[in-house]
Design a protein around this ligand. Structure first.
Ligand code: FAD
Length: 449
Protein backbone atom coordinates (compact mmCIF):
# COMPACT_ATOMS: atom_id res chain seq x y z
CA UNK A 1 0.00 0.00 0.00
CA UNK A 2 1.37 3.46 -0.80
CA UNK A 3 0.34 6.60 1.06
CA UNK A 4 1.48 10.15 0.55
CA UNK A 5 2.75 12.77 2.99
CA UNK A 6 4.42 16.11 2.22
CA UNK A 7 7.29 15.46 4.64
CA UNK A 8 8.59 12.08 5.77
CA UNK A 9 11.11 12.06 8.63
CA UNK A 10 13.40 9.08 9.12
CA UNK A 11 14.30 8.55 12.77
CA UNK A 12 12.59 9.62 16.00
CA UNK A 13 15.69 10.78 17.84
CA UNK A 14 15.93 14.39 19.01
CA UNK A 15 16.57 15.76 15.50
CA UNK A 16 13.65 13.93 13.88
CA UNK A 17 11.23 14.74 16.71
CA UNK A 18 12.27 18.38 16.75
CA UNK A 19 11.77 18.64 12.98
CA UNK A 20 8.28 17.11 13.28
CA UNK A 21 7.39 19.41 16.14
CA UNK A 22 8.29 22.50 14.16
CA UNK A 23 6.23 21.56 11.11
CA UNK A 24 2.50 22.23 10.80
CA UNK A 25 0.32 19.67 12.61
CA UNK A 26 -0.24 16.63 10.40
CA UNK A 27 2.44 17.78 7.98
CA UNK A 28 4.98 15.07 8.69
CA UNK A 29 5.18 11.33 9.26
CA UNK A 30 8.03 10.09 11.44
CA UNK A 31 9.38 6.56 10.90
CA UNK A 32 11.38 4.92 13.69
CA UNK A 33 13.01 1.51 13.75
CA UNK A 34 12.91 1.09 17.53
CA UNK A 35 9.81 0.48 19.64
CA UNK A 36 10.26 3.85 21.36
CA UNK A 37 11.29 7.39 20.52
CA UNK A 38 14.54 9.07 21.58
CA UNK A 39 17.40 7.47 19.64
CA UNK A 40 20.61 8.03 21.57
CA UNK A 41 18.68 10.03 24.16
CA UNK A 42 16.68 7.01 25.33
CA UNK A 43 16.96 5.63 28.87
CA UNK A 44 16.21 2.17 30.13
CA UNK A 45 14.84 1.27 33.54
CA UNK A 46 15.44 -2.20 34.92
CA UNK A 47 15.76 -3.75 38.40
CA UNK A 48 15.38 -0.30 39.94
CA UNK A 49 18.27 1.21 37.92
CA UNK A 50 17.85 3.95 35.30
CA UNK A 51 20.54 4.14 32.64
CA UNK A 52 20.93 6.43 29.63
CA UNK A 53 22.84 5.38 26.49
CA UNK A 54 26.02 6.40 28.37
CA UNK A 55 26.03 9.76 30.11
CA UNK A 56 23.66 12.23 28.49
CA UNK A 57 23.99 15.65 30.05
CA UNK A 58 22.27 18.66 28.62
CA UNK A 59 24.18 21.82 27.69
CA UNK A 60 22.00 24.66 26.48
CA UNK A 61 23.50 27.73 24.85
CA UNK A 62 21.09 28.41 22.04
CA UNK A 63 18.22 30.67 23.22
CA UNK A 64 15.66 29.03 20.92
CA UNK A 65 16.46 25.51 22.16
CA UNK A 66 16.62 26.76 25.74
CA UNK A 67 13.17 28.36 25.38
CA UNK A 68 11.74 25.18 23.85
CA UNK A 69 13.10 22.97 26.65
CA UNK A 70 11.77 25.35 29.31
CA UNK A 71 8.31 25.32 27.71
CA UNK A 72 8.23 21.55 27.27
CA UNK A 73 9.65 20.63 30.68
CA UNK A 74 9.34 23.55 33.10
CA UNK A 75 11.27 23.04 36.36
CA UNK A 76 12.20 19.50 35.33
CA UNK A 77 15.98 19.89 35.26
CA UNK A 78 18.58 20.43 37.98
CA UNK A 79 21.81 22.27 37.18
CA UNK A 80 25.03 20.47 38.15
CA UNK A 81 28.55 21.82 38.36
CA UNK A 82 30.77 19.41 36.45
CA UNK A 83 32.95 17.10 38.53
CA UNK A 84 35.16 15.39 35.96
CA UNK A 85 38.45 13.67 36.76
CA UNK A 86 41.26 11.90 34.95
CA UNK A 87 42.87 8.68 36.15
CA UNK A 88 46.46 8.45 35.00
CA UNK A 89 49.79 7.25 36.51
CA UNK A 90 47.77 5.84 39.39
CA UNK A 91 46.34 9.21 40.51
CA UNK A 92 43.16 11.18 39.98
CA UNK A 93 43.55 14.74 38.68
CA UNK A 94 40.92 17.31 37.73
CA UNK A 95 39.67 17.80 34.16
CA UNK A 96 41.00 19.13 31.86
CA UNK A 97 44.34 17.31 32.09
CA UNK A 98 46.27 20.13 30.40
CA UNK A 99 45.15 22.67 33.02
CA UNK A 100 45.43 20.50 36.13
CA UNK A 101 48.79 18.75 36.19
CA UNK A 102 49.20 18.93 39.97
CA UNK A 103 49.35 15.52 41.61
CA UNK A 104 50.98 13.73 38.66
CA UNK A 105 54.53 12.41 39.15
CA UNK A 106 57.02 15.31 39.18
CA UNK A 107 58.78 14.13 36.01
CA UNK A 108 55.50 14.08 34.14
CA UNK A 109 54.57 17.57 35.35
CA UNK A 110 58.02 18.83 34.30
CA UNK A 111 57.75 17.27 30.84
CA UNK A 112 54.23 18.64 30.33
CA UNK A 113 55.15 22.15 31.54
CA UNK A 114 58.33 22.49 29.53
CA UNK A 115 56.56 21.17 26.42
CA UNK A 116 53.70 23.63 26.90
CA UNK A 117 56.08 26.57 27.30
CA UNK A 118 58.01 25.51 24.19
CA UNK A 119 54.76 25.23 22.21
CA UNK A 120 53.76 28.74 23.36
CA UNK A 121 57.13 30.15 22.28
CA UNK A 122 56.90 28.36 18.93
CA UNK A 123 53.42 29.76 18.33
CA UNK A 124 54.58 33.26 19.19
CA UNK A 125 57.38 32.85 16.68
CA UNK A 126 55.53 31.04 13.87
CA UNK A 127 51.89 32.05 14.47
CA UNK A 128 48.88 29.86 15.21
CA UNK A 129 48.90 26.43 13.56
CA UNK A 130 46.48 26.10 10.65
CA UNK A 131 43.79 23.83 12.04
CA UNK A 132 42.43 23.06 8.57
CA UNK A 133 45.68 21.49 7.39
CA UNK A 134 47.00 19.66 10.44
CA UNK A 135 46.40 16.12 11.57
CA UNK A 136 44.99 15.82 15.08
CA UNK A 137 48.31 14.39 16.26
CA UNK A 138 50.33 17.36 15.00
CA UNK A 139 47.72 19.80 16.27
CA UNK A 140 47.90 18.29 19.76
CA UNK A 141 51.71 18.52 19.83
CA UNK A 142 51.81 22.06 18.42
CA UNK A 143 49.05 23.31 20.71
CA UNK A 144 49.90 21.63 24.01
CA UNK A 145 53.52 20.50 23.60
CA UNK A 146 55.10 17.04 23.54
CA UNK A 147 54.43 16.17 27.20
CA UNK A 148 50.69 16.85 27.36
CA UNK A 149 50.30 15.24 23.93
CA UNK A 150 52.23 12.12 25.02
CA UNK A 151 50.62 11.69 28.42
CA UNK A 152 47.01 12.54 27.57
CA UNK A 153 45.95 13.86 24.16
CA UNK A 154 47.47 11.07 22.06
CA UNK A 155 46.72 8.02 24.24
CA UNK A 156 43.19 9.19 25.10
CA UNK A 157 42.25 10.03 21.53
CA UNK A 158 43.89 6.88 20.12
CA UNK A 159 41.71 4.89 22.46
CA UNK A 160 38.56 6.77 21.51
CA UNK A 161 39.07 6.93 17.72
CA UNK A 162 40.95 3.63 17.28
CA UNK A 163 42.57 5.21 14.25
CA UNK A 164 46.01 6.58 13.49
CA UNK A 165 45.75 10.19 14.69
CA UNK A 166 47.74 11.25 11.61
CA UNK A 167 44.62 10.36 9.59
CA UNK A 168 42.28 12.48 11.69
CA UNK A 169 41.75 16.15 11.00
CA UNK A 170 40.85 18.78 13.57
CA UNK A 171 37.38 20.00 12.55
CA UNK A 172 35.86 18.86 15.86
CA UNK A 173 38.46 20.18 18.32
CA UNK A 174 37.54 23.84 18.49
CA UNK A 175 34.49 23.44 20.76
CA UNK A 176 35.35 20.22 22.52
CA UNK A 177 38.96 20.56 23.74
CA UNK A 178 39.72 23.40 26.17
CA UNK A 179 42.83 25.48 25.55
CA UNK A 180 44.18 26.99 28.78
CA UNK A 181 46.52 29.97 28.88
CA UNK A 182 50.07 29.62 30.22
CA UNK A 183 48.97 31.23 33.48
CA UNK A 184 46.17 28.67 33.88
CA UNK A 185 48.53 25.80 33.14
CA UNK A 186 50.93 27.12 35.77
CA UNK A 187 48.13 27.59 38.31
CA UNK A 188 46.98 24.03 37.70
CA UNK A 189 50.51 22.63 37.93
CA UNK A 190 51.03 24.28 41.32
CA UNK A 191 47.81 22.98 42.80
CA UNK A 192 45.24 25.66 42.20
CA UNK A 193 42.49 23.65 40.51
CA UNK A 194 41.38 25.30 37.29
CA UNK A 195 37.61 24.97 37.05
CA UNK A 196 34.92 26.03 34.64
CA UNK A 197 36.86 25.32 31.47
CA UNK A 198 35.43 23.81 28.28
CA UNK A 199 31.93 23.47 26.86
CA UNK A 200 30.34 21.76 29.86
CA UNK A 201 31.37 23.41 33.17
CA UNK A 202 27.74 23.13 34.25
CA UNK A 203 25.00 20.99 32.76
CA UNK A 204 21.37 20.10 33.21
CA UNK A 205 19.92 16.72 34.06
CA UNK A 206 16.34 15.71 34.92
CA UNK A 207 15.56 15.97 38.64
CA UNK A 208 13.91 12.57 38.41
CA UNK A 209 14.38 9.74 35.91
CA UNK A 210 16.66 9.64 32.89
CA UNK A 211 17.27 11.88 29.88
CA UNK A 212 14.45 10.21 27.96
CA UNK A 213 12.16 12.85 29.49
CA UNK A 214 13.48 15.15 26.75
CA UNK A 215 12.57 13.13 23.63
CA UNK A 216 9.33 12.01 25.26
CA UNK A 217 8.35 15.66 25.80
CA UNK A 218 9.26 16.51 22.20
CA UNK A 219 7.14 13.61 20.93
CA UNK A 220 4.08 14.52 22.99
CA UNK A 221 1.18 15.48 20.72
CA UNK A 222 2.86 14.39 17.48
CA UNK A 223 0.20 12.66 15.45
CA UNK A 224 2.16 10.47 13.05
CA UNK A 225 5.04 8.64 14.66
CA UNK A 226 5.30 5.06 13.37
CA UNK A 227 7.46 2.99 15.69
CA UNK A 228 9.04 -0.41 15.05
CA UNK A 229 9.48 0.19 11.30
CA UNK A 230 12.84 0.03 9.61
CA UNK A 231 13.31 2.13 6.49
CA UNK A 232 14.64 -0.40 4.01
CA UNK A 233 14.95 1.66 0.84
CA UNK A 234 14.61 5.17 -0.50
CA UNK A 235 13.89 6.01 -4.14
CA UNK A 236 15.18 9.52 -4.81
CA UNK A 237 13.54 9.66 -8.27
CA UNK A 238 10.08 8.33 -7.44
CA UNK A 239 10.34 10.10 -4.05
CA UNK A 240 9.25 7.14 -1.98
CA UNK A 241 10.48 5.20 1.03
CA UNK A 242 9.80 1.53 1.61
CA UNK A 243 9.39 0.26 5.16
CA UNK A 244 10.06 -3.12 6.73
CA UNK A 245 6.30 -3.75 7.09
CA UNK A 246 6.02 -3.74 3.29
CA UNK A 247 4.35 -0.33 3.03
CA UNK A 248 5.56 2.52 0.83
CA UNK A 249 5.30 6.23 1.63
CA UNK A 250 5.56 8.99 -0.94
CA UNK A 251 7.16 12.30 0.07
CA UNK A 252 7.74 15.77 -1.28
CA UNK A 253 10.63 16.36 1.12
CA UNK A 254 12.54 13.74 3.06
CA UNK A 255 14.28 14.58 6.35
CA UNK A 256 16.69 11.80 7.23
CA UNK A 257 18.33 11.53 10.65
CA UNK A 258 19.46 7.93 10.20
CA UNK A 259 23.22 7.45 9.75
CA UNK A 260 24.34 9.00 6.46
CA UNK A 261 26.28 5.92 5.36
CA UNK A 262 23.14 3.79 5.73
CA UNK A 263 21.02 6.36 3.91
CA UNK A 264 23.44 6.37 0.96
CA UNK A 265 23.54 2.58 0.90
CA UNK A 266 19.73 2.18 0.69
CA UNK A 267 18.97 5.08 -1.67
CA UNK A 268 18.61 4.64 -5.41
CA UNK A 269 18.49 7.41 -7.99
CA UNK A 270 21.42 9.43 -6.65
CA UNK A 271 24.51 10.36 -8.70
CA UNK A 272 26.42 7.15 -9.43
CA UNK A 273 29.39 7.68 -7.10
CA UNK A 274 27.38 8.42 -3.95
CA UNK A 275 26.40 4.91 -2.82
CA UNK A 276 30.15 4.05 -2.98
CA UNK A 277 30.85 6.86 -0.52
CA UNK A 278 28.77 4.94 2.03
CA UNK A 279 31.54 2.43 2.61
CA UNK A 280 34.19 5.11 3.04
CA UNK A 281 32.48 7.15 5.76
CA UNK A 282 34.07 5.81 8.93
CA UNK A 283 32.89 5.78 12.52
CA UNK A 284 33.54 3.99 15.77
CA UNK A 285 30.91 2.32 17.85
CA UNK A 286 30.77 2.47 21.61
CA UNK A 287 30.08 -0.46 23.89
CA UNK A 288 28.22 0.99 26.83
CA UNK A 289 28.43 -1.28 29.85
CA UNK A 290 25.84 -0.40 32.47
CA UNK A 291 26.72 -1.72 35.91
CA UNK A 292 24.88 -1.66 39.24
CA UNK A 293 26.86 -2.19 42.45
CA UNK A 294 25.66 -2.83 46.02
CA UNK A 295 27.51 0.18 47.48
CA UNK A 296 25.91 3.60 47.74
CA UNK A 297 28.76 5.74 46.43
CA UNK A 298 31.66 4.87 44.14
CA UNK A 299 33.57 8.05 43.28
CA UNK A 300 33.45 11.81 43.99
CA UNK A 301 32.87 12.55 40.30
CA UNK A 302 30.26 12.62 37.56
CA UNK A 303 32.73 10.86 35.26
CA UNK A 304 36.43 9.89 34.98
CA UNK A 305 38.60 9.70 31.83
CA UNK A 306 41.06 6.82 31.41
CA UNK A 307 43.76 7.66 28.83
CA UNK A 308 46.05 4.70 29.55
CA UNK A 309 45.98 1.67 27.24
CA UNK A 310 46.04 -0.84 30.10
CA UNK A 311 42.44 0.09 30.91
CA UNK A 312 39.93 -1.22 28.36
CA UNK A 313 37.58 1.77 28.66
CA UNK A 314 38.18 5.43 27.90
CA UNK A 315 35.59 6.82 30.31
CA UNK A 316 33.55 5.72 33.30
CA UNK A 317 30.57 7.70 34.55
CA UNK A 318 28.33 7.53 37.59
CA UNK A 319 24.60 8.08 36.97
CA UNK A 320 23.90 8.02 40.72
CA UNK A 321 26.07 11.14 41.09
CA UNK A 322 23.13 12.90 39.37
CA UNK A 323 20.41 11.68 41.71
CA UNK A 324 19.61 8.89 44.16
CA UNK A 325 16.45 7.96 42.27
CA UNK A 326 18.54 6.39 39.50
CA UNK A 327 19.38 3.29 41.56
CA UNK A 328 17.79 1.21 44.33
CA UNK A 329 18.56 2.37 47.87
CA UNK A 330 22.10 1.39 48.95
CA UNK A 331 23.29 0.88 45.36
CA UNK A 332 25.32 2.94 42.90
CA UNK A 333 25.46 2.76 39.12
CA UNK A 334 28.26 3.15 36.60
CA UNK A 335 28.44 3.36 32.85
CA UNK A 336 31.65 2.20 31.24
CA UNK A 337 32.46 3.28 27.67
CA UNK A 338 34.71 1.31 25.39
CA UNK A 339 35.27 2.22 21.77
CA UNK A 340 35.55 -0.30 18.91
CA UNK A 341 35.82 -0.06 15.16
CA UNK A 342 32.61 -1.13 13.49
CA UNK A 343 34.06 -4.39 12.18
CA UNK A 344 35.99 -5.29 15.36
CA UNK A 345 34.47 -8.39 16.93
CA UNK A 346 33.83 -8.59 20.65
CA UNK A 347 32.56 -11.04 23.19
CA UNK A 348 29.96 -9.54 25.50
CA UNK A 349 30.87 -11.60 28.59
CA UNK A 350 34.59 -10.89 28.08
CA UNK A 351 33.92 -7.16 27.74
CA UNK A 352 32.01 -7.05 31.02
CA UNK A 353 34.55 -9.20 32.90
CA UNK A 354 37.43 -7.06 31.63
CA UNK A 355 35.62 -3.86 32.60
CA UNK A 356 34.97 -5.15 36.12
CA UNK A 357 38.62 -6.27 36.48
CA UNK A 358 39.86 -2.91 35.27
CA UNK A 359 37.55 -1.06 37.65
CA UNK A 360 38.99 -3.15 40.50
CA UNK A 361 42.58 -2.41 39.41
CA UNK A 362 41.77 1.29 39.32
CA UNK A 363 40.39 1.06 42.86
CA UNK A 364 36.87 2.07 41.85
CA UNK A 365 35.39 -1.30 42.74
CA UNK A 366 36.45 -2.84 46.02
CA UNK A 367 36.86 -6.43 47.05
CA UNK A 368 33.47 -7.47 48.38
CA UNK A 369 31.49 -5.17 46.06
CA UNK A 370 28.80 -7.16 44.32
CA UNK A 371 27.87 -6.31 40.74
CA UNK A 372 24.08 -6.68 40.91
CA UNK A 373 23.24 -5.40 37.42
CA UNK A 374 25.09 -5.59 34.10
CA UNK A 375 24.05 -4.86 30.54
CA UNK A 376 25.97 -4.11 27.34
CA UNK A 377 24.46 -1.75 24.78
CA UNK A 378 26.12 -1.16 21.42
CA UNK A 379 25.94 2.38 20.04
CA UNK A 380 26.66 2.05 16.32
CA UNK A 381 27.72 4.47 15.03
CA UNK A 382 28.73 6.51 18.08
CA UNK A 383 31.51 8.88 16.93
CA UNK A 384 32.08 9.64 13.26
CA UNK A 385 35.74 9.72 12.32
CA UNK A 386 36.90 13.10 11.06
CA UNK A 387 39.23 11.71 8.41
CA UNK A 388 40.26 13.38 5.16
CA UNK A 389 37.69 11.52 3.07
CA UNK A 390 34.94 12.99 5.23
CA UNK A 391 36.40 16.49 4.97
CA UNK A 392 36.70 16.25 1.18
CA UNK A 393 33.43 14.52 0.28
CA UNK A 394 30.83 15.56 2.83
CA UNK A 395 29.79 18.91 1.31
CA UNK A 396 29.24 17.31 -2.12
CA UNK A 397 27.26 14.42 -0.61
CA UNK A 398 24.91 16.80 1.20
CA UNK A 399 24.54 18.96 -1.90
CA UNK A 400 23.55 15.97 -4.04
CA UNK A 401 21.05 14.80 -1.42
CA UNK A 402 19.50 18.25 -1.10
CA UNK A 403 19.15 18.44 -4.90
CA UNK A 404 17.11 15.25 -4.62
CA UNK A 405 14.87 16.76 -1.89
CA UNK A 406 16.61 14.85 0.92
CA UNK A 407 17.80 16.72 4.01
CA UNK A 408 20.21 14.57 6.00
CA UNK A 409 20.53 16.16 9.47
CA UNK A 410 21.27 15.36 13.11
CA UNK A 411 24.43 13.83 14.57
CA UNK A 412 24.67 10.98 12.08
CA UNK A 413 22.64 12.52 9.27
CA UNK A 414 25.10 15.41 9.12
CA UNK A 415 27.90 12.92 10.00
CA UNK A 416 29.35 15.08 12.74
CA UNK A 417 30.38 15.15 16.40
CA UNK A 418 27.60 17.12 18.04
CA UNK A 419 25.32 17.36 21.04
CA UNK A 420 21.65 16.90 21.93
CA UNK A 421 21.20 20.64 21.67
CA UNK A 422 22.60 20.60 18.12
CA UNK A 423 20.23 17.78 17.17
CA UNK A 424 17.21 19.74 18.43
CA UNK A 425 18.48 22.87 16.67
CA UNK A 426 19.03 20.94 13.42
CA UNK A 427 15.41 19.78 13.56
CA UNK A 428 14.21 23.36 14.07
CA UNK A 429 16.31 24.62 11.18
CA UNK A 430 15.28 22.01 8.66
CA UNK A 431 11.61 22.53 9.57
CA UNK A 432 12.04 26.26 9.13
CA UNK A 433 13.60 25.86 5.69
CA UNK A 434 10.82 23.46 4.64
CA UNK A 435 8.18 25.91 5.86
CA UNK A 436 9.88 28.71 3.94
CA UNK A 437 10.05 26.57 0.81
CA UNK A 438 6.33 25.89 1.12
CA UNK A 439 5.62 29.62 1.54
CA UNK A 440 5.43 28.91 5.23
CA UNK A 441 5.58 32.49 6.52
CA UNK A 442 1.87 32.01 6.90
CA UNK A 443 1.97 28.33 7.87
CA UNK A 444 0.93 27.64 11.42
CA UNK A 445 3.48 25.50 13.14
CA UNK A 446 2.90 23.25 16.08
CA UNK A 447 5.20 25.17 18.43
CA UNK A 448 3.24 28.36 17.78
CA UNK A 449 -0.02 26.79 18.92
C1 FAD B 1 28.78 8.07 23.71
C2 FAD B 1 27.95 9.31 23.50
C3 FAD B 1 27.78 10.21 24.55
C4 FAD B 1 27.03 11.38 24.34
N1 FAD B 1 26.86 12.25 25.38
C5 FAD B 1 26.18 13.39 25.18
C6 FAD B 1 26.01 14.33 26.24
O1 FAD B 1 26.43 14.10 27.39
N2 FAD B 1 25.35 15.50 25.97
C7 FAD B 1 24.86 15.79 24.73
O2 FAD B 1 24.27 16.85 24.54
N3 FAD B 1 24.98 14.91 23.71
C8 FAD B 1 25.62 13.73 23.90
N4 FAD B 1 25.76 12.84 22.87
C9 FAD B 1 25.21 13.21 21.56
C10 FAD B 1 23.69 13.00 21.45
O3 FAD B 1 23.36 11.68 21.84
C11 FAD B 1 23.27 13.17 20.00
O4 FAD B 1 23.81 14.36 19.46
C12 FAD B 1 21.75 13.22 19.78
O5 FAD B 1 21.04 12.38 20.65
C13 FAD B 1 21.53 12.83 18.32
O6 FAD B 1 20.18 12.86 17.98
P1 FAD B 1 19.77 12.50 16.48
O7 FAD B 1 18.31 12.57 16.43
O8 FAD B 1 20.57 13.30 15.55
O9 FAD B 1 20.29 10.98 16.25
P2 FAD B 1 19.80 9.62 16.92
O10 FAD B 1 19.54 9.79 18.35
O11 FAD B 1 20.81 8.59 16.49
O12 FAD B 1 18.42 9.32 16.19
C14 FAD B 1 18.32 8.66 14.94
C15 FAD B 1 17.13 7.72 15.00
O13 FAD B 1 17.03 7.04 13.73
C16 FAD B 1 16.64 5.71 13.99
N5 FAD B 1 17.01 4.89 12.83
C17 FAD B 1 18.25 4.53 12.43
N6 FAD B 1 18.20 3.80 11.31
C18 FAD B 1 16.89 3.67 10.99
C19 FAD B 1 16.18 3.05 9.93
N7 FAD B 1 16.81 2.38 8.96
N8 FAD B 1 14.83 3.13 9.91
C20 FAD B 1 14.17 3.82 10.88
N9 FAD B 1 14.79 4.45 11.91
C21 FAD B 1 16.13 4.38 11.95
C22 FAD B 1 17.39 5.34 15.26
O14 FAD B 1 16.79 4.23 15.89
C23 FAD B 1 17.27 6.63 16.06
O15 FAD B 1 16.13 6.63 16.88
C24 FAD B 1 26.45 11.66 23.07
C25 FAD B 1 26.61 10.72 22.04
C26 FAD B 1 27.35 9.56 22.25
C27 FAD B 1 27.50 8.57 21.10
Amino acid sequence: MSTSCPVVILGAGLAGLSAARHLPPGGATVIEREAEVGGLARSHVEDGFTFDCTGHLLHLRDPAVQGLVERLLPEAFARHERRALIFSKGVLTAYPFQANLHGLPVDVVKECLSGFVESQLRRERDGEPDVDRLSFRDWAILTFGEGIARHFMIPYNSKLWRTDLEEIECGWVSWSIPRPTLREVLDGAFGRTVRGMGYNPTFLYPKRGGIRALPEALARGLEEVRLGRDVVSVDAVARTVRLSDGSTLAWEALVSTIPLDRLLAITTGLPADLPGAATRLRAVRVLNISLGVDRASIAPAHWIYFPEPEYSFYRVGFPTSLGDSLAPRGCASLYVERSLLRDEPFDEAEVVDRAVDDLRRAGLLWRGDRVVYRKVTVLDPAYVIYDRFRARQLPAIHRALRDAGIHSVGRFGAWEYSSMESAIKAGMEVASSLRDAAGGGTTRRREAR
